[in-house]
Write a protein that binds this ligand. Structure first.
Ligand code: NDP
Length: 314
């Protein structure tokens, strides 16, 4: 008999099809009454797949008493209750590293766009404003000071890319990282004061909620740019909207928001912010690699009893 696998998230259709070939797959969203379905069938499932956007909470885990393994499509675990899973001996797999390049690329894209005004200049050309005169001068990116909030897998990849732009790099995290030449800054406020570009790439979740607040934004100052490719929760969004509207910071580039897919209307009206719909990992190549890891984590767990990429304990 094939292993029962429940999909509680939104996965690429090709991955769902591949999973359905190897497992007895049920998708919660396809059920007429998901809660009633879980109550009736929750005891059948040994495996669960989800996405970083959906995760799996303690209530869902409680409805799945025979669960042995979770495979998460994404590296962010802020919506997966890893502690509750591990407390029950449930293995948790995720997709680290395969998305480092694409998220780092988007971080640089947002830095270039926010500072050079590429999206705003595109709107300027399309409106026909060029006929009235030139686009305003922008801010140079190469050589500017890059402050990273977080120097994990993706933060390091961003730092490595900075050499081509000849940008000095400092970073803030709770612990200094061994074996790297970049300067660790124990105070986030000091990092913001120093940086021309403050790029947020920490984990999400309660520990980093509103880490970047009004005080940090004021430390970044009227010539500084904020880039967020981590999670919307890391930034106090109303404080950011106010700082952008008041020009207390120069601009921002945002891939993530507090209440996705809803973006504050006040941001839509501002020309000094670039808004992306959470696409940092969204290339065909990277999404394929993530899908492969979701599949391989399950296969490895059931064949060898261990995951390819096991989430750290919370
Ligand atoms: P890692 O776990 O490798 O790195 C996380 C970094 O955050 C570490 O440097 C860690 O350092 C730091 N950090 C964690 N908590 C705090 C804190 N309270 N204060 C300061 N720093 C902290 O993760 P990745 O680099 O692989 O990914 C980072 C995040 O990027 C993911 O968790 C995910 O949410 C987001 N992401 C967003 C994507 C998008 O589409 N926009 C795509 C992929 C990932 P330390 O523990 O020493 O504090």
């Amino acid at each position: 008999m094939r292993t029962r696998l429940i999909n509680v998230g939104r996965l690429p259709p090709a991955l769902e099809a591949r999973l359905a070939q190897s497992y007895d797959l049920s998708t919660l969203a396809d059920q007429a009454d998901p809660a009633a379905y879980l109550a009736a069938h929750g005891g059948e499932f040994e495996a669960l797949v989800t996405s970083a956007a959906t995760g799996v909470d303690a209530a869902m885990l409680a409805a799945l008493p025979r669960l042995r393994v979770i495979s998460n499509f994404g590296v962010g675990l802020d919506k997966v209750d890893v502690a509750a899973a591990h407390a029950r001996g449930i293995a948790v797999g995720y997709t680290p590293d395969v998305l480092n390049d694409c998220v780092a690329d988007i971080a640089f894209g947002l830095m270039l766009d926010a500072a050079r005004g590429m999206s705003a200049a595109d709107r300027f050309v399309r409106r026909g404003d060029w006929l009235q005169g030139p686009f305003p001068l922008a801010r140079k990116v190469s050589g500017a000071r890059l402050g990273l909030v977080g120097l994990g897998r993706i933060g390091r990849t961003i730092a490595q890319r900075s050499t081509g732009f000849e940008m000095p790099v400092r970073y803030h995290s709770r612990r200094p990282v061994d074996g790297v030449a970049w300067v660790h800054e124990p105070s986030l406020l000091e990092l913001a004061r120093w940086a021309d570009f403050l790029v947020v790439i920490t984990a999400g979740g309660p520990a980093t909620r509103h880490l970047v607040n009004a005080e940090v934004l004021d430390a970044l100052g009227p010539d500084g740019f904020l880039i967020n490719v981590a999670r919307g929760s890391v930034i106090d969004e109303p404080a950011l909207v106010q700082a952008l509207a008041d020009r207390r910071i120069a601009g921002a580039g945002l891939d993530v928001f507090e209440d996705e897919p809803r973006v504050p209307a006040a941001l839509m009206a501002l020309d000094n912010v670039v808004l992306l719909p959470h696409i940092a990992s969204a290339t065909r190549e990277t999404r394929q690699a993530m899908a492969d890891r979701v599949f391989d984590n399950l296969q490895s767990f059931f064949a060898e009893g261990r995951l390819v990429s096991a989430a750290p304990s919370a």
